[in-house]
Design a protein around this ligand. Structure first.
Ligand SMILES: [Ca+2]
Length: 320
């Protein structure tokens, strides 16, 4: 009878352990693609290290024989940490993203899980149990916050469509990213408010160097129902400058070669420049093929190679 119940007690954690390890190996070592959502998916995956390792630690602990006594804690910690480091070590060697941040998430999951087990085994005090659950939820909420904001910003960006950026809301800063310049003098961006009209625009301060400007991830938007892609560029300088507009579709060749994407050179004169490009022009511009206007992945506005540091403003980026 005792033997039977022991058997029942150990078969479940062992089975769960096997399932978790198989799932973790599939996710950690096999390539996957979420297309335009790759970056977001990898951030979500980073966070899932915490619950995954918490569950792994719990199942590992309970699948170890009770004969080990308090050694069960040490054995669990050692195996879990070795596994956490081994996953990153292997990922670094097969071209997947490996990071100490992931190991930190793993360690947090391991610590929370083992503290929980210890608390439940050593005391029956409900107040301690509740405090522990509250503390754990706070830690998880704090660590998940950046990913939650990122998820919300994607939803918010889609709600604004066909406006791609009017910069009236701080959320625009999650959609538009500075790029280029030099490592010690990178491009910076900020919302700028016109004190007379109250209108806000994006102020771009490019670092001296290559391809300084801004990029926007369009999440494979369908632009086929519109006639024009439009934007305003304000040049506070007394000299004109060369300004480039690049549009990629979701075809991976677009990122590999300029022949497979829309490229447009525009002179930006002193003062306000209202740019309006027919959608049809965008479709037929790539040298090697037509752009898939039903699946627009990326928009980049930038200055030429080795351009001097420059300040300019963009606003009302939209489809009409
Ligand atoms: Ca505006």
């Amino acid at each position: 009878m005792k033997k039977k119940s022991l058997h029942r007690n150990y078969i479940f954690p062992h089975l769960l352990l096997l399932i978790i390890c198989t799932a973790a190996i599939m996710v950690a070592f096999f390539p996957y693609s979420f297309g335009a959502y790759d970056e977001f998916a990898s951030e979500v995956l980073n966070i899932t290290h915490l619950p995954a390792f918490a569950i792994f630690t719990l199942t590992l602990f309970f699948s170890l024989s009770r004969r080990f006594g308090n050694w069960r804690y040490l054995i669990t910690i050692i195996i879990s940490i070795v596994l956490a480091i081994a996953i990153e070590w292997i990922q670094a060697r097969i071209g997947r993203d490996a990071s100490w941040q992931d190991v930190a998430f793993d360690a947090t999951g391991i610590t929370l899980a083992l503290c929980g087990v210890y608390l439940w085994q050593k005391t029956d005090k409900t107040s301690l149990h509740v405090s522990y659950i509250f503390f754990s939820l706070c830690v998880i909420a704090l660590l998940s916050y950046p990913v939650a904001i990122k998820g919300y910003s994607i939803y918010w960006q889609k709600q604004q469509f066909p406006i791609l950026g009017n910069f009236e809301n701080e959320m625009d800063l999650y959609s538009w990213h500075p790029q280029g310049g030099k490592p010690d003098n990178p491009t910076r961006i900020e919302l700028w408010k016109n004190s007379e009209t109250g209108n806000q625009a994006l102020r771009i301060i490019t670092g001296q160097g290559d391809w300084g400007g801004v990029s926007f991830l369009a999440y494979d938007e369908d632009w086929s129902n519109f006639k024009y892609f439009s934007l305003d560029v304000f040049n506070p300088d007394t000299q004109p400058f060369r300004f480039f507009i690049r549009i990629d579709d979701s075809d991976k060749r677009a990122i590999e070669s300029y022949k497979h994407r829309f490229n447009h050179l525009q002179m930006i004169h002193p003062g306000m420049n209202k740019i309006r490009i027919p959608i049809h022009t965008i479709v037929i511009r790539p040298k090697s093929r037509n752009l898939n206007i039903r699946s627009i992945r990326r928009l980049i506005l930038y200055l030429e190679e080795n351009a001097p540091s420059r300040i300019f403003y963009i606003d009302n980026i939209r489809l009409e």
